[in-house]
Design a protein around this ligand. Structure first.
Ligand SMILES: [Zn+2]
Length: 154
């Protein structure tokens, strides 16, 4: 199997920059293609590539981490945090909600409470990926049923 298609395990190396040209992330990744393991704007553009191919892919917020949603910025009482918990601007917290685990970053600490931002850090940004396809293999039946790649241990 040498073409990126559904139910292949694809090994990529990638470099992610924002529109200002700043490096956001880079590294190597194995993922199961066609199972939404990676953002749709990236996954769709990798379909049909082969080993050794490189591609520069620009992903809009809608196909990436979503548009920035002002309604996810909220003021919560200081008491929403455990007693003694240090809360400072830029700190990340997770909380269990009806929608699953939500991540928040502290935007502001005020007299009347803490301002939290529940947007993904990359929400609202265009993402510029430079991707190289390193390896492609067929996924095992177990990987396909689980919807993710199995490394050496699982
Ligand atoms: Zn599994």
């Amino acid at each position: 199997m040498s073409i990126v298609t559904k139910n292949t395990v694809v090994s990529i190396s990638y470099k992610l920059t924002n529109d200002a040209g700043e490096n956001i992330d880079s590294g190597d990744l194995d993922y199961l293609h066609g199972h939404h393991n990676i953002i749709p704007g990236l996954e769709n553009e990798l379909t049909g590539l082969t080993i050794g191919d490189s591609k520069v892919i620009r992903v809009s917020p809608a196909d990436g981490y979503g548009e920035y949603d002002e309604s996810l910025v909220q003021l919560v009482p200081r008491e929403a945090f455990p007693p003694g918990q240090k809360v400072e601007v830029g700190m990340h917290f997770q909380s269990r909600t009806e929608d699953g685990i939500m991540s928040f970053v502290v935007l502001e600490t005020r007299e009347d409470g803490i301002v939290l931002d529940g947007n993904h850090p990359l929400a609202g940004q265009h993402l510029n990926f430079a991707v190289a396809i390193k390896h492609i293999r067929e996924a095992s039946a177990e990987e396909i049923s689980h919807g993710h790649v199995h490394q050496q241990h699982h």
